[in-house]
Design a protein around this ligand. Structure first.
Ligand SMILES: Cc1cc2nc3c(=O)[nH]c(=O)nc-3n(C[C@H](O)[C@H](O)[C@H](O)COP(=O)(O)OP(=O)(O)OC[C@H]3O[C@@H](n4cnc5c(N)ncnc54)[C@H](O)[C@@H]3O)c2cc1C
Length: 451
């Protein structure tokens, strides 16, 4: 009798965490991961720092090679193998070996879909011009860095004011390139409120980055096939490099075609064990819908932390375990130049116009003791429910040392704490790290008075 086989579509965070966990759960299982790209188990989150030159060598973004998976864990990771179709009734996937240019069938006893997210590529005139690039894979990152080093662009325009746009603005700026960001929303970063986004805009403007917000890119002009400008509703911005970072969506065409139910933003529906409703098929990572822990409602996020946790849960359960993934708070953290940004839970723009009665408290404070030389401004915004006093969310924008404080708010949200209780926490203090009154305590105290 041949061994039972787990086939995984994808080869990154969710996929390879699941593969490793499944191996821990069952040494007799055949584990095969099919990855269409050239790499498995890589650090996509490190891409902006590689592009900017903070990370010197590309190889540092590679966490584990197919050879290492084979030797250390008896996991077979086939790169350049794209899954074209899933056939649930036959328990098979149809695969294309991209190098050998042949198709074959692979039978599975368990299938895990971990196809991640794909970039939104707006259908605008000129988008196929040379020098208009996207950034979702390591291959993209390598090509972009080569372009920066060989082409030496002087003016870059980034289309999209999300966190990837911001991180790449820092990367380009670090290389001495004149950077502009064009964003449709009135402020940068839609996953924080506009009042907090305005602080980020101010910091970027002070760095010398030009912001054109509240206006969408409409076309890309080209000269001899190379991009020469970005045309918005209001102006023409000369550019010799354009990065399109207009957001990502779940990559679920395969799942849709296989008849799997899709939910929010067409993400795959799974239960808390990462099971799809179709027998023997599991899914994890950026391709699945999850739960927003504060509302209990459906939610979607592209986050490496969430993908890895979900992969671990799927790998445990499909080898007979009983693990669960309850959901996410939508916690994110990033930086651009000197400014750090973090958020968790619900924000004012999500709550406005809804049934929840809420109040907000925003405090402008400092990262550490005022007299200490590294002290920098920071702003904390907390949101809570009027009546119950329950904390609903938080956002932080500030200098070095500001953003990781979001983890206190995250912990409070997980514990269902009130603002009152949060204000009483025995948080650490010494002058290099905080003011006597920690910024979170100050904001919680102010918020609790309004709830
Ligand atoms: C530039 C950048 C910066 C980021 N920074 C952060 C950060 O700081 N923090 C954070 O939490 N998250 C960050 N993310 C998001 C994070 O990388 C993703 O959430 C995470 O990689 C999701 O893991 P995944 O396994 O679900 O999907 P992916 O990492 O997208 O992996 C899916 C894999 O499936 C493969 N695949 C897709 N379809 C097929 C098919 N049909 N056949 C075979 N293979 C297929 C793809 O090639 C891909 O390798 C960043 C992402 C990018 C692009």
């Amino acid at each position: 009798m041949s061994a039972e086989r787990l086939v995984i579509v994808g080869g990154d965070a969710a996929a390879m965490t699941a593969a490793s966990q499944a191996r821990r759960g069952r040494s007799d299982l055949e584990v095969v991961a099919l990855e269409k790209g050239r790499y498995v188990s890589y650090a996509a989150c490190g891409i902006p720092y590689y592009v900017g030159g903070v990370v010197d060598r590309f190889e540092k973004l590679l966490i584990r090679s197919p050879e290492e998976f084979r030797q250390k864990q008896n996991i077979e990771a086939r790169i350049r193998h794209e899954v074209l179709h899933i056939e649930p009734n036959r328990g098979r996937v149809i695969v294309r070996d991209l190098d050998a240019e042949r198709e074959y069938e692979e039978a599975y006893d368990h299938l895990l879909i971990a196809t991640g997210a794909k970039a939104v590529r707006p259908d605008l005139p000129g988008i196929d011009a040379q020098g208009v690039v996207g950034l979702t894979s390591l291959e993209d990152a390598k090509a972009l860095r080569e372009l920066l080093e060989s082409g030496r662009p002087e003016r870059a325009v980034i289309v999209g004011g999300g966190y990837i746009g911001l991180e790449l603005a820092e990367a380009f700026h670090r290389r001495g390139i004149d950077v502009s960001i064009v964003g449709r929303a009135p402020e940068l970063l839609r996953n924080i409120d506009p009042d907090m986004g305005a602080l980020v805009s101010k910091a970027l403007t002070e760095m010398g980055i030009h912001l054109y917000l509240g206006e969408a890119a409409a076309a890309f002009e080209q000269t001899s096939g190379r991009v020469s400008a970005v045309v918005t509703e209001r102006r023409t911005l000369p550019a010799d490099l354009v990065l399109v970072a207009a957001g990502v969506r779940p990559n679920t065409e395969l799942a849709r075609e296989a008849g799997l139910p899709l939910g929010l933003k067409d993400a795959i529906k799974v239960d808390d064990h990462m099971r799809t409703p179709v027998e023997h098929i599991w899914a994890a990572g950026d391709c699945v819908e999850t739960v927003q822990l504060v509302t209990g409602g459906p939610y979607w996020i592209s986050a490496a932390t969430v993908a890895s946790k979900q992969g671990r849960v799927a790998g445990a359960n499909l080898t007979g375990g009983d693990a669960s993934f309850a959901g996410t708070l939508g916690t994110t953290i990033t930086k651009a130049g000197p400014i750090e940004i973090a958020r968790t839970g619900l924000q004012e723009t999500e709550l406005s116009g809804g049934d929840t009665r809420f109040a907000t408290a925003t405090v402008n404070t400092i990262t550490c003791a005022r007299y200490y030389p590294t002290s920098e401004p920071m702003t904390v915004k907390l949101i809570g429910e009027v009546g119950s006093g329950r904390l609903l969310g938080g956002q932080i924008v500030g200098g070095v040392g500001a953003a990781m404080r979001i983890n206190v708010v995250v912990t409070a949200l997980h514990a269902g704490m009130t603002a009152d209780l949060l204000a009483e926490l025995d948080l650490a203090y010494a002058p290099p790290f905080s003011a006597v009154w920690d910024p979170i305590l100050l904001a919680a105290r102010e918020l609790s008075a309004k709830l």
